[in-house]
Design a protein around this ligand. Structure first.
Ligand code: AMP
Length: 396
């Protein structure tokens, strides 16, 4: 892997594409600095080598227009707090101010450029714009995993101007390593948990990971499409009727790859989609009319627990139930607990993509698993087997 860990940045001006697309409140204060903290190791490494850092990022969706609301100047103090030093700010990412400030940048200093997306050329992948950005540094580092699935000027097009000095940042390295570890180098048995609402949004992931895994646990709303396809009565549970045939085909494909599939056997049914619904345990094949399954039941939890406790590598994408309502969060919590236990025994566990990441953060399991991905869409596309443009640009 072409990573910055193997390069000495002494006296180099290093352009680092980061993903500082952080959440802010109405006063534009940063409410969650996870993405800034995630970029710190790369920044520290460059400064420690004796180089200087030019940070490139987008924030929000200004759609090619300058707008105060999306200015990176509002997040300067949050970055300074994380990196522990003052940073210099350029009021545009290209042009005289940026050029002057980049030219005068000394080893040990950090320059932050204004929002890349104030220029439509960024999202259009404009080559001239990328070339202008490239003139601000000697080395290019992509550490923006959250944006690596976009073929934008600063995430992929720019790399061509650094044929021998383009590298992955340390965060990118960790993300790519985690995916590699699960999909290509996973110690067996490898177990994937795929949950969430819809089969349709997870089908490509399932098809791509089947050759790499030994066990597949299916949870969440998407399980009901499988159960109905297998002849179960699912009441008012979530279902994609047009995906039932596909569900049966997945089961067949899994068999041909010798993958054990674990569908829930019981469920927690509710009389309405609400936190104050009446709820009961129920056989997942026998849900009465008017009721819907909103979580997996205790028998399923026990089965999933045993499978997970015997796994050496785990991939988790998607919740087991409607965890946003506490009375339907037990199945997802049980998964979190089992993964915590097996990770303690030495298994490698990766949580990636969307709602399972929200769950582990909310319930405190983010510190108990081996790795939580910082990139939603980028992680999903990686699991689908796509090569991300931001990754390809460094590799090729
Ligand atoms: P996804 O974005 O496809 O990963 O789906 C995540 C969403 O699926 C979460 O918001 C869950 O509340 C929802 N979900 C999980 N289980 C069920 C279920 N049994 N019925 C309806 N929605 C569910």
């Amino acid at each position: 892997m072409k990573t910055i860990s193997n390069f000495n940045c002494k006296d180099k001006k290093v352009l680092v594409r980061v993903d500082f697309n952080v959440p802010q409140n109405n006063l534009l204060n940063v409410t969650d600095n996870t993405r800034i903290v995630a970029a710190k190791p790369t920044i520290d490494k460059i400064l420690k080598d004796g180089g200087s850092v030019v940070l490139l990022s987008h924030l929000g969706r200004p759609k090619g227009k300058v707008s105060d609301e999306f200015s990176l100047k509002h997040i300067v103090s949050a970055i300074e707090k994380v990196v522990g030093q003052k940073i210099i700010f350029a009021k545009d990412c290209i042009g005289d101010d940026a050029k002057e400030k980049a030219k005068n940048l000394l080893p040990g200093e950090i320059l932050l450029l204004e929002n890349l997306r104030f220029h439509a050329e960024e999202e259009n992948g404009d080559v001239d714009f990328a070339k202008e950005l490239s003139s601000l540094g000697d080395v290019y580092v992509n550490d923006a995993f959250g944006t690596a699935h976009r073929a934008h000027a600063s995430t992929s097009v720019i790399a061509q101007f650094f044929p021998s000095t383009k590298f992955f940042g340390l965060l990118m390295e960790k993300e790519l390593f985690a995916i590699e570890k699960v999909l290509h180098k996973g110690e067996k048995p490898v177990t994937a948990i795929i949950g969430g609402s819809k089969v349709s949004s997870k089908i490509t992931i399932i098809e791509n990971i089947l050759p790499a895994i030994d066990n597949l646990i299916i949870g969440g709303g998407m399980a009901f499409t499988f159960i109905k396809a297998l002849g179960g009565r699912i009441g008012n549970s979530l279902v994609e009727e047009d995906k039932m045939q596909l569900a049966l085909e997945i089961l067949e494909k899994a068999k041909s790859h010798a993958v054990n599939i674990y569908l829930p056997v019981d469920t927690i049914i509710a009389d309405k989609f609400s936190f104050d619904a009446k709820s009961e345990e129920c056989d997942i094949y026998q849900i009465p009319e008017g009721w819907m399954g909103l979580d997996v039941g205790p028998k399923s939890n026990a089965i999933f627990h045993d499978v997970l406790l015997n796994s050496k590598t785990i991939l988790w994408n998607g919740p087991a139930g409607v965890f946003e309502m506490l009375n339907f969060a037990r199945g997802t919590i049980a998964l979190g607990k089992a993964i915590e236990a097996v990770t303690k025994q030495g298994a490698f566990s990766l949580v990636g993509g969307g709602d399972s990441v929200a769950f582990v953060k909310q319930f405190g399991y983010d510190k108990k698993v081996s790795y939580v991905s910082t990139g939603g869409g980028a992680m999903l596309e990686s699991l689908e087997g796509l090569e991300l443009p931001g990754v390809a640009a460094i590799n090729n």
